[in-house]
Design a binder for this molecule. Structure first.
Ligand code: BG6
Length: 476
């Protein structure tokens, strides 16, 4: 199909995150982040955070794919693929190793100066996530993570340095990667609390509020420093289909999207808490530290666009699942299988129609631009002789999802400004720490135990995506 589906200037790109690709975890003054103490896991063994580095364990983020030293060659490959933009994050601990210092680490900034300049010299627009699951460990140990309001100012100090330093160079920013994931896994924001703690709900709500205030103030600050800045939120999205035609399942499915995703975009985009969140706080007699000034900041610091990740969908049942988190009123039943969909080895179900649904829901509810900053298919790859990688499963997934994107734009009228598939170069998996859960169009020779030459090879999907970009989505 050669008809035009995407606007000129559509931001075709790729996405990575500092902690999953850079490596160099302890050089040039970098401090320890929460990801630096995470061991490797796999689909049946969870990653663990160790109190300190244990020489008997393997910590895959320490070396990542050594992007820190290889980024110049990697950017050449991204350029060859035709990328218009590249999303990565800045490691907070390179700039503020502990997180609460008054002045930044110049060596850390020097790395990002060069990285950003190299991207710009190659006509690739940098898209920057300010915090992507890599907060300073010290802020967890000393302050208890984001449940502590002091973190708001530490984060804003960090933001100020970035907005000033990269003013006019970086236009697209996102404040927190997948902000709603903290609701499900508070440890991502450095908050240690077990879900049977009587204060669990209160602590989670306070943590979310602190993140929202920090994000809204960062948006205001970024606009004051450079009015051309486009500053977005970033949410994890997924669809939950009702398990049966029982209306109760439909209600449960509505809870799933509303309470799992839209509650968060509502605050970022509308600038206030939705009524069901206020009700939940009242009903549970939560004592939250929320000031009028903070609420005003949330109202003023609304985002310019919604950044989102989408990988797969799920099925939701109204029957109470004892293992699910139903604390916010919904009967969440994550991970039920859908007989109509195929899943990868990790149980992530490929569902391009679910993607289109999400784009419609967000587009229609908010009528502001969307930026799809993560999408992809984790799959093991086989390298044939001559470093050939036939990853037709990945091409098939991406083709169907780009097609859904085109339909959302052309049929549903959703305003979508860009698409940056996840892990355009293979990197460390966030959930399992494995290398074999690969998303890239560029293969990295590294295995789950850290062995490999780190050489890069182009997969079939590299050439496929190159054509997609060249034809501006005309050739899928
Ligand atoms: C997103 C995260 O949730 O999913 C990324 O923002 C992550 O950091 C990606 O890598 C894919 O998940 P995983 O666990 O397969 O790496």
């Amino acid at each position: 199909m050669k008809d035009k589906k995407f606007s000129d200037g559509f931001l075709w790109g790729g996405a990575m995150a500092a902690n999953q690709c850079e490596g160099a975890y302890d050089i040039d003054g970098k401090g320890m982040s929460i990801m630096d103490i995470m061991t490797v896991g796999n689909s049946s063994k969870r990653r663990r955070a160790t109190p300190e580095i244990d020489p008997q364990e393997y910590y895959p983020n320490h070396r990542g794919i050594d992007f820190y030293h290889k980024y110049k060659d990697d950017i050449k490959l991204l350029k060859e693929m035709g990328l218009k933009c590249f999303r990565t994050s800045i490691a907070w601990t390179r700039i503020f190793p502990k997180g609460d210092e008054a002045s930044p680490n110049e060596k850390g900034l020097a790395f990002y100066d060069e990285l950003i300049d190299t991207l710009l010299a190659n006509n690739i627009k940098p898209v920057i996530t300010i915090s992507h699951y890599e907060m300073p460990l010290y802020l967890v140990e000393k302050y208890g993570g984001w449940k502590n309001k002091k973190l708001i100012d530490f984060y804003l100090n960090y933001c100020r340095v970035l907005f000033k330093r990269y003013s006019g160079k970086v236009k697209y920013w996102m404040t927190f990667n997948e902000i709603n994931s903290t609701w499900f896994v508070p440890a991502i924001s450095g908050v240690k609390i077990s879900n049977d703690d009587p204060k669990y709900l209160q602590v989670k709500c306070q943590t979310m509020h602190n993140l929202f205030v920090a994000s809204a103030r960062a948006v205001q600050m970024g606009h004051e420093i450079n009015s051309n800045n486009q500053i977005g939120c970033m949410v994890l999205t997924t669809v939950g289909y009702p398990k049966t035609t029982n209306p109760k399942d439909a209600l449960a499915a509505d809870d799933y999207i509303t309470r799992g995703t839209l509650a968060f975009t509502d605050v970022h985009v509308r600038g206030h808490y939705p009524s069901f969140v206020k009700r939940m706080v009242q009903k549970n007699h939560l004592e939250l530290d929320i000031t009028d000034e903070e609420l005003l900041d949330i109202q003023t610091g609304v985002v310019d666009y919604i950044g989102l990740s989408y990988y797969s969908s799920s099925v939701v049942s109204s029957e109470i699942d004892k293992n699910a988190d139903s604390s916010i009123g919904g009967n969440f039943s994550m991970g039920l299988k859908n007989p109509y969909l195929k899943a990868n080895e990790w149980g992530w179900q490929s569902d391009p129609d679910g993607f289109r649904l999400i784009l419609r829901w967000l587009g229609q509810r908010y009528e502001i631009p969307l930026f799809v900053v993560e999408n992809g298919y984790g799959h093991e790859d086989e390298v044939l002789s001559g470093h050939i990688i036939h990853d037709d499963y990945r091409i098939d997934y991406l083709r169907k999802h780009v097609n859904a994107l085109a339909e959302a734009i052309n049929e549903d009228g959703v305003d979508i400004i860009g698409y940056t598939p996840w892990g355009c170069i293979d990197l460390i998996s966030a959930s399992t720490g494995e290398m074999k859960k690969r998303y890239g169009m560029v293969y990295v020779d590294l295995d789950n135990t850290g062995k490999g030459t780190l050489s890069r090879y182009k997969k079939d999907s590299f050439y496929w995506y190159q054509k997609v970009i060249e034809s501006n989505g005309g050739e899928l």
